[in-house]
Ligand binder design. Sequence first.
Ligand code: ARG
Ligand code: ZN
Length: 889
Amino acid sequence: MREGTAPLIRREDYLSPAYWIRQVDLTLDLDAAKTIVASKLTIERNGQQPAQPLRLHGEDLNLLRVLVDGQSVSFRHEDDMLVIDAPAADQFVLEIRNTIAPEKNTHLSGLYASGGGLYTQCEAEGFRRITYFLDRPDVMAVYTVTLRGDKKKYPVLLSNGNLVEQGELDGGRHFAKWHDPFPKPSYLFALVAADLVAREQWVRTRGGKDHLLQIFVKRGDLDKTEHAMNSLIASVVWDEARFNLPLDLERFMIVAVDDFNMGAMENKGLNLFNTKYVLASAATATDADFDGIESVVGHEYFHNWTGNRITCRDWFQLSLKEGLTVFRDQEFSMDMAGSASARAVCRIADVLRLRESQFPEDAGPMAHPVRPDAYQAIDNFYTSTVYEKGAEVVRMMHTLVGREGFAKGMSLYFQRHDGQAVTCDDFAQAIADANPDSALAVNLALFKRWYSQSGTPHLSARGQYDTAASTFTLELSQANPVTAAQPNKLPQLIPVAMGLVGRHSGQALALQLEGEAAPSGSHRVLVMTEATQRFVFTHVTEDCVPSLLRGFSAPVLLDDGLTDADRLVLLAHDSDPFTRWESGQKLALGRLLTALPTGTLELDEPFVHAMRGLLRDPSLDPAFKELALVPPSEGYVAEQTTEVDPQRVHAVRESMVQQLAARLNEDWAWAFAEHQVREGYRPVAEQSGKRALANLALAMLVRHAVATGDTVWPGRAYQRFKDASNMTDRLGALQALVNAHAELAAPALERFHALFRHEPLVLDKWFMLQARAPERDGRVFAQAKQLLKHPDFTLGNPNRARSLLMALAFFNPAAFHRADAGGYVFWAERVVELDAINPQLASRFARALDRWRHLAEPYRSAAREAVARVAARTDLSSDTAEIIHRALQ
Ligand code: ARG
Ligand code: ZN
C-alpha cells in the first residue's frame, strides 16, 4: 500500500467476521516470476452478524477467476478488498485463482524469493499477498496444501502439518501435498520451496510418542546446525517438564532463510528463521549468538502452545501470545543457564534490554499500552512494549501467584481456551481464577491497568529508621506519567520485592510488618495498589538500607532516595544480585549525571575502590562482574535527562570508561590473565562469563595503552585476534582495537574481512562493529558513510541493512547526532530509499528519530527538519507514514 493515510483501526470497533472459513485447499504452481495460486475455501455464514457481501483482503494480487459453488459470480474491488455477493446458502465453496510474482516481492511479506528458493512470511498480514482471504487471526481453518514446482530448483517442498503425498510430474516437476490437522489462522500458514538439506533428530515425548525434528539449511551449512538442534530438543523437554505442554505434531521443522525481516516465525509445524538464529559454529558465532539461538528457538517452539493452540482474537491482543512467549523463553534461558548467579545474569540482561528500548518507547510519540487501542499498520506494533513490557506484565502475575500458582493458571487457560482465538483479558482471568486468594485475583481490575495504560510508572521510595521504636518506615508513592494519547492515568498494582540490609552488619534482617504476629523471612513482596502507601516494619534491630525492586519485580523507574553510602552497602552485601548490580549502576549513573552540565568528570576514590572491589571479589561470577563494570549506556544516561546533548553524554561516559581503564589498569591485567578459558570452546555460561570479562579487560587495557602511547597491549590484542580459536575471542580482540582507535585496527579489519568474506553472518558483524565504534572526530560516521558504498553492502538483505543503519542510528548516538546534521540527512535519505524496497524495515529504521523532541539544540531543530522532510513525501508506505506522522504530532 503506497498511501500515508491508511485508516486508523480501533480495538473498540472489533466485530466478529461476517463469515467463517472452515477449510482451505490451496494448490500453488511455484515459479519465482509467476506463481499460480488456486484456492478452494469452504465458507460459512456467521449467524451473529447481519447478512452482507463477502469482503476478502488481497494485496498485490493478479486475479484470474472467482467461482461460488462452481458458478461464476460477479465481484468488485473496493479499497483493496475483493467484494463478492455471496449466495443465500449458509455454506458454500469459493474458488479463486490468482497469480503473484515472488521475485518482485522485496517487502519479504507474503511469498518471496531468497537465494534460489521461495519462502513465506504471513504474520501479521502477509497471507493476503498470496491469495484473497479473511486475513484476520480469529478466522481459523484446516489447511490442505499442494505444492508443485521444478524438481531441480525446488527439491524440497514444505508446508504446515504432515506430508500426505508426493510424486513426480511432467516436465521435470514434482509435487508434495501437506495436511495440517489443527485449525489455524492464516498468519500461521507457511511454505518453502528450495534446495535445502536437513539435520534430523527423533525425540520421544513423555507420552511415548516419537517425533521427527528437522532443521533445513542451505547445502554447506549443516555443520552449523548442531546448537539449534540441541536448543530445539531442550525446548521440547522443557515445555513438557515446566508446563506440561507436549509436542503435538508428528514432525516439527525449522527452515533458515537469509532474507528475513524479523528473528523468526512460529508457523504451525514449520518455523521460518532468520539464519542469524540458526547457524552457529565456534569459528563464526559469538557466545551471544549462541544464546540468541537458544532463546529464539525456544521462543518459536513455545509459541506452538502460546500463540498457535491458543491464538489472538485480533491484533490488539498481540501481547497475549508475544508477552507470554517472551516470558516463557526468558524462563527457559534462565533454567538452561543453571546456577542462581547465571540466572541473575540472564535477568540483568533482560532488564537492560527492556530499559534500553522499551522505556524510551514508552516516553515518546510511539508510546502505547501493552494492549494497544489503535493502529494504522499493525507491523509497527511488534514493539518492545508488546514483547518485553508484555513479558514483564506476565512476570508480575507470576510473582503475585507464585510458580505453582502460575502453572495452575496456565493449565486453566488451556482447559478453557485450547483451539480458540482469545484476548488478554481471558489470560489474566484464567491466572486469577486459578488463584482466587492471590493479590492478583483480589485486585484484578487494578492489575489490568498494565494492559491499558501506557507509560513507565515512576515509583519513589523513602525510608526512615527509628532507633527508639526499632521500626523502619517505608513510604512508597507512584506517579503515572502522561503519554501520547493518554492524559489521565490511574495508579497501577506494583509488586515490590524487597528486603532490609543491616547498615553495619550487612545482614539480611527479618521482616515483620506492623500488625503481624511473627517475622516472615528476610525477603518479601509488598503489593502496592494505591498512589501512596506506607509500610512499617517492626522489631528492626539495626539501622538498615532497603533493598527494593529485587529482581526488577516491576517495570518502573525507581527513585529510591538512597545515598552513595547506602548504595555501597547494597553493592557489597545485598543477597539479591539484581539489586547489587543496580546499586553499582546507580553509583556510576549519579556521577555521569552530575558531570553532564560541565562536561568534566573526575572519578572519586570511593567509587574506583568499589569497582576494584567488584572486579577482585572472589565470590562473584565473571559474567556478573562484566555487567557490573560496564557503566550505563549513553542511551540510558540520555533517558535520565530532559534535554539530551548526545555529544556531551558521549564525552562524559567516555571519560568515565577511560578513567576506569587507567585507574584499574593493574586490576584489568590481572582479570585478563585470570579469566582465560583453557579447555575447548563450549557455549556454556561458565565459559562465556570468563570470555566476557577477559574481553572487557582487554578492551580496557588497549584503551589505556592507546591513550598513553604504549604499544604492548595493542600488539597483544592483535596477536590474540589472529590466533583466536573462536569468534567470541576474535571479535573481542578486534573490537578492543577498533574501539580504542588503535593503529592496528585497520589491518585487523582488513584481515577479518578477507577471512570471512564468504560468511554473510560474520560480514554483518564486520559492518556492525565499525558502525558502533565510539565516535572520535567524526571518523566513525565518515566510515559508516563509506561502508554504504562497500561492494558487500546491500539494503536488500535485512540483516546487512540493520548491521550498518540500525547500529549507527540506534546504538551510536555520538556518531549519529552531529552538530552539522549529517547523521539526520543520512537518515532521511535511507528511510526513503529503504521504504521503496521494504516498508517494514524502513519503518523500524524511521524510529531512530521519533524522539527528536527529547534532544537539546541544535540537534532538536535539525532532527525535526529531517523528519519533516520525510513527512513531506507523498509516496511513503503506510508503515513508514504512521511512524513519521506520529513523530511530528
Ligand atoms: N511472531 C513472530 C515472533 O516470534 C514475529 C513476527 C513478526 N512479524 C511482523 N510482521 N512484524 O515473535
Ligand atoms: Zn513471538
